[in-house]
Design a protein around this ligand. Structure first.
Ligand code: GTP
Length: 602
């Protein structure tokens, strides 16, 4: 296709503002699917994937649209992951487009998540076409939202398209606006090949499928190509696009988006952001912006039932096939047995993987306290040189006497909330060692930015934020680097023995309070035993908090068991069953829920 007839765009929207519904309508109008195929939402298809047992990850769709001027255009709609944890992937998708549709719910208005994405899009010099959706709702206030888009985002919204994706109103207008406003791509067909690797995923039939945006040159079947950053060479055996059905094509030319396969077995070999060029006469310099993504949040994943370990190993391996950004290695814990230590791009990423293991693979898991990566500077000693180590597992925390200085990752958080919840939100941020950097009001809502240590956010910050704002606050963050912190390792001891799964790295100033909270919660979570159980929080050898679980009174059990043998048997049977969900620790049985619940801060 000629460059002048290509439009590459993404859709920016807050969750639930109607991105998928609008995308489906665009596909429908452009005739990509029959009505029956349309009956399922196309772009959001985790469940469908699961049902069919295959991965179709229909990310990018190529549509043909014949505009009112009589010309036919190739529209490439690129789906972008919705969450900040996948910021780098989002940035690559954006780099493959020239514009974006900004979908805003006519009844909800602009939200924080939307803002972050819009700014990113603007940074990529995108032309932004505002779409005000859900105008069919009685609560819709399109004029107010139009003004909000102009006031908050600062783009002209006078020509915003009004739609109801649900009832199919305004869809043609969206397509016309796309063609008229979004600039066509540029590129040189005769220059050496330069294609950006936008995304990759594993397909059981095709192997690794790679989504590309060609900048210069042409991609064809039979071409020998080189991944410039990865350093590998491959023979292209298939070239095509999704409409959203997969179709093979003779080539992908400059400015176009499509997919290739090249008999690659692992997604790890096809890293997002890499530059693909020809082995012979290829480009000399790669495209800008390649970055290796590193996990920032780690936690242990252990099967509740030790017998599920093999199943867990297999399931994690399968998930990893499609997600090169999460890492895992085997770990064993005295309390929890065999499991894995896994690294994620952020909290949501962690939750997604955890949820998928639970739902798709039917695994009951114990997750240990999430940890960030600490940079620990070790002092020079008689026997050892000074060193700098990155630690993401409290179990590996170095001897305090050797620690010279510790650095921890910080984030900049942007929270957007209705006024009435602001007070509680400020308190929450303050409690989590936050430093307020900005606070502005826009039409009954506040936007506040805080710098926060990531380790204060990984526990239940997001849950707390949602609960104190009754779901109305939205939250977005970016990493802003490492800062020195006075951090210590806190151990929790049950009946005198440290429980490794409950060890935490905390700031010294909040250690006592956190320790007390954990001891109090554990006191309620651990059932009484025949003996009295001390629960203690300690830093090094120093106890900073203590609770005691009183012993069961002997005569109570005697009475309970009575003399009846069959009843006693039944009771024992019951206890055995209950044990499956308990963990033995220094003679004490700790219920599975206690590990997670203990970490929730009140
Ligand atoms: P995520 O996939 O969760 O990010 O949401 P999304 O932005 O893709 O939103 P989605 O298209 O799934 O729509 C969210 C809800 O809004 C669904 O229940 C839709 O049926 C509904 N919806 C979408 N567009 C409209 C509209 O124009 N009017 C009305 N009334 N509802 C709509």
């Amino acid at each position: 296709t000629e460059l002048s007839h290509i439009r590459n765009f993404s859709i920016i929207a807050h969750i639930d503002h109607g991105k998928s519904t609008l995308a489906d309508r665009l596909i429908q109008v452009c005739g990509g699917l029959t009505d029956r195929e349309m009956s399922e939402q196309v772009l959001d298809n985790m469940d469908i994937e699961k049902e069919r047992g295959i991965t179709i990850k229909a990310q990018t769709v190529r549509l043909n649209y014949t505009a009112k001027n009589g010309e036919t255009y190739e529209l490439n709609l690129m789906d972008t992951p919705g969450h900040v944890d996948f910021a780098y992937e989002v940035s690559r998708s954006l780099a493959a487009c020239e514009g974006a549709l900004l979908v805003v719910d006519a009844a909800q208005g602009v939200e924080a998540q939307t803002l972050a994405n819009v700014y990113q899009s603007i940074e990529h010099d995108h032309e932004i076409v505002p779409v005000i959706n859900k105008i069919d709702l009685p609560a819709a206030e399109p004029e107010m939202v139009r003004k909000e888009i102009e006031d908050i985002i600062g783009i002209d919204a006078s020509e915003a398209v009004l739609t109801s994706a649900k009832s199919g109103i305004g869809i043609e207008d969206v397509l016309e606006a796309l063609v008229a406003k979004i600039p066509p791509p540029t590129g040189d067909r005769d220059a050496p090949l330069k294609a950006m690797l936008v995304d990759s995923w594993y397909d059981p039939y095709l192997g690794v499928v790679i989504l590309v945006r060609v900048m210069d040159g042409v991609l064809k079947k039979g071409l020998n190509v080189k991944f410039m950053q990865g350093g590998t060479e491959h023979l292209i055996d298939r070239v095509g696009a999704f409409t959203p059905k997969r179709v093979d094509l003779p080539e992908i030319g400059p400015g176009e988006i499509g997919f290739i396969t090249a008999q690659i077995k692992e997604v790890e070999q096809a890293r997002v952001g890499d530059t693909i060029t020809t082995v012979k006469g290829g480009a000399t310099a790669p495209l800008k912006g390649y970055k290796e993504v590193q996990p920032v949040v780690f936690c242990g994943l252990f099967p509740v039932d030790a017998a599920d370990f093999e199943k867990l190993r297999e399931s994690i391996g399968k998930l990893r096939l499609n997600d090169a950004s999460f890492s895992y290695e085997m770990e064993s814990s005295a309390a929890l047995g065999f499991g894995f230590r896994a690294g994620f791009l952020g909290l949501l990423h962690l939750e997604i993987i955890q949820e998928r293991l639970n739902r798709e693979y039917d695994l009951d898991l114990i997750t240990t306290a999430p940890s960030v990566v600490y940079r620990v500077h070790l002092a020079h000693t008689k026997n050892e040189d000074a060193a700098v180590v990155d630690i993401h597992n409290p179990a590996d925390w170095p001897d305090v006497n050797r620690i010279d200085m510790i650095e921890e990752p910080w984030i900049k958080a942007t929270i957007y909330t209705p006024d009435e919840y602001l007070g509680s939100i400020l308190k929450l941020c303050q409690d989590r060692r936050g430093i307020q950097t900005d606070l502005t009001y826009v039409g009954g809502r506040a936007q506040v930015t805080y710098e926060l240590p990531l380790n204060e956010v990984v526990f239940d910050f997001y849950d707390r934020l949602k609960s104190i704002s009754r779901g109305y606050a939205s939250f977005d963050y970016e990493q802003i680097g490492l800062r020195e912190g006075d951090l210590v390792k806190m151990n929790i001891m049950v009946n005198g023995e440290p429980v490794d799964a409950l060890s935490l790295i905390v700031h010294r100033n909040v250690a006592e309070e956190r320790g007390r909270g954990m001891c109090e919660r554990l006191k309620d979570l651990i059932p009484r035993h025949l003996f009295k159980i001390p629960i203690q929080a300690a830093i090094g050898g120093k106890i900073i908090a203590r609770e005691t679980i009183a012993a069961l009174r002997k005569d109570v059990t005697a009475k309970c068991y009575g003399g009846d043998i069959s009843r006693k048997k039944k009771l024992l049977e019951k206890q055995k069953k209950g044990k499956a969900r308990m963990r033995e620790y220094g003679n004490v049985s700790i219920p599975q829920e206690a590990f997670i619940a203990a970490l929730r801060m009140g």
